[in-house]
Ligand binder design. Structure first.
Ligand SMILES: *Cc1c(COP(=O)(O)O)cnc(C)c1O
Length: 415
């Protein structure tokens, strides 16, 4: 029926507007496909696309071109195999990506080995949610490879690691962990949120899957949440299948922002790493500071490993831009220090253009009781800095002024 020639009612005419033009030229920017679904030329085509018999888009929870553009870009930067699609899957948040991996691969009776210092949300997921589905996790010091070996069981399916831990900045030995995992028939899954592709590409070190909270460095402006997983085609295909059923898909608008963030990722992260190096080295010498955790410091337990694993540029090795400063004086001193800063503000998230701080024990790791904090090597006074794009001198003077307010503790103080 030729509806164009018929006189339509005003409402029908309004909802049956002409479709947007299809362009013969490839757009140079990233078009935002803000649509829930696609129209098909026939009911048969609709069925074939839904059934994955012919390639195409049907519904944005399943796949969306803008979301795929973002996921594909991350796969490229991480060095995943792009010959066939899907090489990556994007999610509505980092936790949706992390849980998406567990939904895909954990089974009742399965066992997971994860870091004691793991991100608070992941800790809570494994401890409070996955246990209800019969998945057990041992939390170990992931930098202690013997402890990891000891924790392995026949049922272990996943070793979960963070390239750089938040907030301890412990560095994972990805090669060794991959070897331990693979010789036990398990997978190495790496949350590399704190070490985006310009710092490290875990797939090159033997990881089976790499996950990012794209909310952090990838987005880079603290204005969007998202997550992404990349790795081998087969594994990603399984993750896609469970993502479709569990529904934590990324929106096209957010995918647009995240993909745009990738374009400045090297520029931002290189500068943030360089500033963080100077900031960490200077703060470590302050008399009110008990210690500073930063992989770039020669005193850091993971310093040599980080040197071997992380990328370097003319500005030196990129050790990340998270610096955890523990003043003398415990929990109260940590809270007072974080509150006294003027330039660096207490705020959630990290990896953005602004320097933000969090008093770890009362914020990102509030899910940890005192025992879990101690097991993770986190002092109750620790203050985590996510170093932004400000000038290093300004950040240092801000921290020095704030440390002055703590009084005059000494290295023999109660820290
Ligand atoms: C923030 C963060 C997450 C969670 O990401 P969301 O986007 O907040 O869901 C996971 N892992 C690490 C290391 C993080 O910093």
């Amino acid at each position: 029926m030729d509806i164009a020639r018929r006189q339509l009612g005003e409402n029908t005419g309004a909802v049956h507007l002409p479709p947007p033009p299809e362009t013969a030229q490839r757009p140079a920017g990233t078009p935002v496909y803000r649509t829930a679904g696609w129209a098909f030329s026939s009911a048969q085509e609709y069925a074939a696309v839904l059934g994955d018999q012919v390639p195409g888009y049907s519904y944005s929870r399943i796949d969306n071109p803008t979301v795929d553009a973002f996921a594909r870009a991350v796969a490229a930067l991480e060095g995943a195999n792009l010959q066939r699609w899907p090489a990556a899957q994007a999610f509505a948040s980092g936790m949706a990506a992390i849980s998406g991996v567990f939904w895909a691969f954990a089974r009742a009776g399965a066992h997971v080995v994860a870091p004691a210092a793991v991100y608070g949300g992941t800790y809570s997921l494994l401890r409070n949610v996955m246990t209800r589905f019969g998945v057990e996790t041992d939390f170990v010091d992931i930098t202690d490879l013997d402890a990891v070996r000891m924790a392995m069981r026949p049922a272990t399916r996943i070793i979960f690691a963070e390239t750089i831990a938040n907030p301890t900045t412990a560095v994972a030995d990805l090669r060794q962990l991959a070897e331990i995992a693979h010789s036990a028939g398990a997978m190495l899954v790496v949350d590399s949120t704190l070490a985006p592709p310009v710092i490290c590409r875990p797939l090159e070190h033997g990881a089976d899957l790499v996950i990012h909270s794209a909310t952090k460095y990838i987005g880079g402006h603290s204005d969007v949440t998202g997550g992404v997983v990349t790795g081998s085609l087969e594994l990603i295909g399984q993750i896609r299948a469970t993502r479709i059923d569990t529904g934590g898909s990324l929106s096209p608008d957010d995918a647009f922002l995240l993909r745009r963030g990738l374009e400045t990722l090297p520029v931002r992260v290189r500068r943030q790493c360089a500033t963080a190096s100077v900031f960490a080295a200077t703060l470590a010498k302050h008399p009110a500071v008990a210690y500073v955790d930063y992989p770039g410091l020669a005193t850091h337990a993971g310093h040599e490993l980080a040197r071997r694993t992380f990328d370097a540029g003319p500005e030196g090795v990129r050790f990340g831009a998270i610096v955890t400063v523990t003043p003398f004086g415990g929990r109260e001193a940590g809270l007072a220090f974080a509150s006294a800063l003027r330039l660096a503000v207490p705020a959630s998230s990290l990896g953005g253009t602004h320097t933000v701080v969090s008093h770890v024990a009362s914020t990102t790791h509030r899910q940890f009781d005192d025992r879990a904090l101690a097991a993770a090597g986190i002092d109750a006074g620790a203050v985590r800095f996510s170093v932004g794009l400000e000038d290093a001198e300004d950040l240092i003077s801000d921290a020095f002024v704030a440390l002055e307010t703590l009084g005059r503790p000494s290295r023999n103080g109660e820290g």
